[in-house]
Design a protein around this ligand. Structure first.
Ligand code: CO
Length: 211
């Protein structure tokens, strides 16, 4: 067994011991159920761990991660997580958190084929196409990359609002707000993009559902 593999098993034992030293009932309490106030939709990138960034303890954040924090409206995995979080757990906030330096976004800006993932990346390219006039006007590549990361987060927040799951919750008077953040790999800080959506009125009419 590799040293790393052995180390993570040892780490787990240490973590259990430390947690129990602080609170002997810690795991018994956690096992009784969860009522997290937040659903986090983030990138799979190993450098953007949801709980650590926001100082959330086990039980405080429901998490879905995929390449480039996408909200693809035919993705049963994402829809199932969203439905459970909103309809059953009744989370108050859903945060889409992108990050600067995102490999998925970088790939979507280029033309190199990288295999099966090309088909996932196409969803990101659709965002570029939607904003190509603005993005193509940014000459500096780094600036264009950063702007694309931010625009992609905003579009995913709108895509959440377009789902029947979120709109039905709003219709029932449930208090759930959608937010867009970008995490800085270099700094550790998140930037709130201030796309705080809590009503279908923020959507183009064609996306507003009647129940
Ligand atoms: Co990423």
């Amino acid at each position: 067994m590799s040293d790393f593999y052995k180390k993570i098993l040892d780490n787990n034992k240490q973590w259990v011991e430390q947690s129990l030293a602080l609170d002997p009932n810690y795991f018994e309490h956690l096992a009784q159920g969860q009522t997290p106030p937040l659903l986090w939709i983030g990138c799979s990138d190993s450098r953007v761990p949801a709980n650590e960034i926001i100082g959330a303890k086990p039980g405080e954040v429901f998490v879905h991660r995929n390449i480039a924090n996408m909200v693809v409206h035919s993705d049963m995995n994402m829809l199932s997580v969203l439905d459970y979080a909103v309809s059953v757990l009744k989370v108050k906030h859903v945060i889409v958190c992108g990050h600067y330096g995102c490999g998925g976004i970088k790939a979507a800006m280029g033309n190199q084929s990288i295999g099966l993932i090309d088909n996932w990346i196409r969803h990101i390219k659709d965002v570029y196409r939607l904003h190509h006039t603005y993005l193509d006007s940014i000459i500096n590549e780094e600036d264009r990359f950063n702007a694309f990361v931010e625009l992609n987060v905003k579009e995913q927040v709108y895509d959440l609002a377009k789902t029947s799951i979120v709109q039905e919750a709003w219709k029932k008077g449930q208090n759930v707000t959608l937010h867009g953040w970008v995490y800085g790999l270099n700094s550790g800080y998140v930037t709130d993009l201030n796309v705080n959506i809590s009503s279908e009125k923020d959507l183009d009419l064609v996306y507003q559902l009647k129940f």
